[in-house]
Ligand binder design. Sequence first.
Ligand code: SAM
Ligand code: SF4
Length: 350
Amino acid sequence: MTDGKIVLPVTKTDALSAPSPMIDPFGRAVSYLRVSVTDRCDFRCVYCMAEDMTFLPKREVLSLEELDRLCTAFIEKGVRKLRLTGGEPLVRKNIMSLIRSLGRHLESGLLDELTVTTNGSQLQRFAGELHDCGVRRINVSLDTLDPQKFKAVTRWGDLGKVMDGLRAAREAGLQIKINMVALKDVNEDEIVPMLKWCHDEGYDLTLIETMPLGEIDGDRTDQYLPLSTVRARLAERFTLTDIPYKTGGPARYVTVEETGGRLGLITPMTHNFCESCNRVRVTCTGQLYMCLGQDDMADLRAPLRASEGNDLLNKAIDEAIGRKPKGHDFVIDRTTNQPAVSRHMSVTGG
Ligand code: SAM
Ligand code: SF4
């Protein structure tokens, strides 16, 4: 990298080893890649991280050039949608140079969508540039509209900054989806106000069940709120109609007649969504996880660093896709007090 700009390496792929599309053993085509560009974050959300986190040494993390090369290899193998996440993607130094560079795949038509999942803390600074790079939709995580509660849930966050960021994003022309993790006794009383607020502001809302990923300071059983319960409660006050709307992710959508908006439900615990899974995830160290809820992974950093060409990398990707599992086995109850997988969501990327 030179002065924060990405200098693209020349990759060599000859006709004999042209990248093959990614089809898993269950016939599912992999067309959606989520990349965690950093494990670091400026928040410490209670369900996501312990307060005292140990982050990876910088040398283990892929450079922006390596991330670009890795994403490009996946795009050449059929990925049409790319989401950058983390940790907090917008706190990674010079992240906009990566986003700008990846925007070339939107222009070429190889990629349909480039998106970001963010906590919103840096949006005021970056919203305009994101739009300029071709990003059209972003997911912003926001679990409460109450400043004190926001501080309690995120530990280090400032709701005012996120609100300023959301305004900046809307003014920049970005379509916004709010992601709210439903937490028992913490924000369950705020689901209705949040729904009304989001739809008034023109944002979609997606509710997410907590997933047992990584050790945290508290007990997840205390936080877990099944969305089947939430939906039943909402249905007493609102007319919810299932719709086939899809964004490429795992959410199922309903329209809310009274607000005129859309509500998504991500229910890994109460309704397993694995059968239509089209996704894989790469960590900031280049580990490819074929399933968010399983430990099996493939190291892509070694083949990436081993040569300038992509043959070794493509081979490693093919082998990994060839063992993408059917699904996850998440359980949250009092008898299962170990997380399903030991890594945090901030490692694999939400
Ligand atoms: N920092 C960014 C953010 O918060 O949007 C991106 C990374 S964050 C890990 C992505 C999403 O995962 C967020 O919406 C967050 O609420 C969600 N998340 C984190 N840990 C989770 C868990 N254990 N269960 C369910 N969702 C979780
Ligand atoms: Fe950071 Fe996002 Fe995890 Fe919160 S959910 S600690 S903002 S990575």
